[in-house]
Design a protein around this ligand. Structure first.
Ligand SMILES: *[C@@H]1O[C@H](CO)[C@@H](O)[C@H](O)[C@H]1NC(C)=O
Length: 524
């Protein structure tokens, strides 16, 4: 989801521009003791503990001033989480991707919605040639292609990108394009790839050149680079909400999950970077009195392109949620609100802009399961804009967090048909052994691990290996086995059913991945 710029420099640059050093408040020396933010430090620290977050940072930009910027908790076992602490920002990357494309649109190198993507990127070929000839960058960036999620085929993949792209043509899309968002990371990656192909440089370099450098952001790409930075947060998770509330966290590996689909979410930034970014977008690409980004392109990113969710909502929000390009379009208590959250393994981020009141709120965390960044923005908006209170957002966050942990636990448990007792496999385990392949997901291998000898009680066992997921297969009934394979915070908790060919041998297996049953054929 990294170029080394000193984040200290950025810090000073921001403070100098706003003449607002005093607002970089620290406990005990806050400069806003009587304003609407008087209790924000205490509120957020209490919320952090009650909702189980190891470390986080929050920054608030209001009417040309950074009025609040603080770190809370820890970024690793030893060090405090500060406003300069970098985290992965997950899908908040998408607005940077749309803006990078927008710069090339401004230069006349690309266009949003006239030229098919396949013109810019010949490898972009979908199953339906009519779709391939129609889909534009704007379709990709507004999630309206009807192309379903195949994240498990991409995330963690070490295959060359070109090879993964060749597999796109095996994916069934919806029969027609739709105004409704079918959120898609791989399509975002393709938009970035198309821009990179036209520019003739890697997408990451293009974004550095077009966005990070002119805006003096300390953001970067890839966990490889993140690890080299001096002040980055390690990712964490907790085994239950109770553990999280009690401060019992599990440190996660810093994976390179999104490297293959970088434009969808492989960036890292600190909280000062993201509020500076929000401020730039809010001012249609103008920052410090200079037009840094193409104004029309930024406007196009914030224009309604598709419908994020069509369900009716509470009166605090817009009746439906829209999507621009890299931004969710909403309103909160009569105030226009653009925002986007990000979730990547071990980090939850949110960035919200309220352009009519010149308010930007950024919130970074280093935990995989958290709702606070999604709701803190409403509490802060209530306070700063003096809005009528309708909800206790901390209480809402606690309920939502509990639900989120519960959903994960349910997904780990799996939702399977009832096991039929005493129905052994129809054949020797060795017959299942082999290499299996799926046109989109690639290779999956099943191996038989033989017990060492007659004296050992251990029985022969089948093992499952797909992408980064490795585990034993546990017999369920007939030729169906259960697999629970975990990697970082990701897991495959599914049934694997072997299939018989006409010759009576094993022809393949099926397993649900990305919410669809996928059939892998056994290789000869
Ligand atoms: C999730 O919550 C439901 C409803 O409260 C409960 O029945 C279920 O056992 C919970 N699941 C887990 C795995 O804790």
């Amino acid at each position: 989801m990294n170029l080394i710029l000193s984040s200290i420099l950025i810090f000073q640059a921001l403070a100098a521009v706003q003449g607002a050093q005093q607002v970089f408040s620290r406990p005990g020396s806050r400069g806003h003791n009587d304003g609407p933010l008087a209790n924000l430090h205490e509120y957020l620290e209490n919320a952090r503990i009650k909702t189980g977050i190891p470390g986080m940072s929050v920054a608030v930009f209001h009417k040309g001033k950074l009025v609040f910027a603080e770190g809370f908790g820890k970024r690793n076992e030893h060090d405090p989480f500060t406003v300069e602490t970098l985290t992965q920002i997950g899908s908040v990357t998408k607005s940077f991707t749309a803006a990078t494309v927008g710069e090339l649109v401004g230069e006349g190198e690309l266009d949003w919605d006239t030229t098919p993507v396949s013109k810019y990127l010949p490898e972009f070929e979908l199953k339906d040639p009519a779709f391939t000839s129609q889909i534009t960058l704007q379709d990709l960036l507004s999630h309206r292609t009807g192309f379903p999620s195949i994240d498990t085929a991409w995330f963690f993949s070490t295959k060359p990108k070109k090879e993964l792209m060749k597999r796109l043509k095996y994916v069934d899309t919806k029969p027609k394009m739709s105004p409704y968002v079918l959120y898609n990371n791989v399509m975002y990656a393709m938009a970035g790839e198309a821009a990179a192909n036209v520019a003739g440089i890697p997408f990451e370099d293009l974004a550095r050149e077009k966005i990070f450098k002119p805006l003096s952001l300390s953001c970067g790409w890839s966990t490889e680079e993140l690890k080299k930075r001096s002040n980055f947060a390690m990712p964490y998770n907790a085994n239950s909400f109770e553990d999280a509330q009690n401060g019992i966290f599990v440190q996660m590996p810093l994976t390179n999950m999104a490297a293959i689909a970088a434009p969808a979410g492989d960036m890292h930034c600190n909280v000062l970077d993201i509020v500076r970014w929000g401020q730039t977008i809010m001012h249609y690409g103008e920052v410090d009195g200079k037009q840094v980004l193409n104004k029309n392109s930024v406007k196009e990113m914030l224009a309604g392109q598709s419908i994020f969710s069509k369900d009716r909502r509470s009166a605090d929000f817009a009746p439906i949620k829209g999507y621009g390009m890299g931004w969710i379009l909403d309103s909160y208590k009569g105030n226009i609100m653009y925002h986007h959250s990000g979730h990547i393994d071990g980090y939850i981020t949110n960035l919200a802009l309220f352009p009519d009141s010149e308010l930007v709120i950024g919130h970074l965390t280093n935990i995989d399961t958290a709702e606070l960044p999604l709701y803190s923005i409403y509490h802060i908006a209530d306070e700063i804009l003096g809005l009528q209170k309708t909800e206790d957002w901390l209480q809402v966050t606690i309920e939502k967090s509990r639900e989120l942990f519960n959903q994960t636990a349910e997904a780990i448990r799996g939702n399977f048909p009832k096991r039929i007792e005493n129905k052994p496999s129809t054949r020797e385990l060795s017959e299942f052994e082999g290499d299996y392949v799926h046109p989109i997901y690639g290779d999956l291998s099943i191996r038989l691990e033989r017990s060492k000898g007659v004296k050992e009680e251990k029985e022969d066992e089948l093992s499952f290996k797909f992408s980064v997921y490795e585990a034993k297969l546990e017999h369920y009934h007939y030729d169906t086995f259960r697999v629970f394979a975990k990697y970082s915070i990701f897991f495959v908790s599914e049934l694997v059913t072997f299939m018989m060919g006409d010759d009576g041998g094993i022809s393949g297996l099926k397993v649900k991945l990305d919410d669809e049953v996928r059939v892998f054929n056994k290789k000869e």
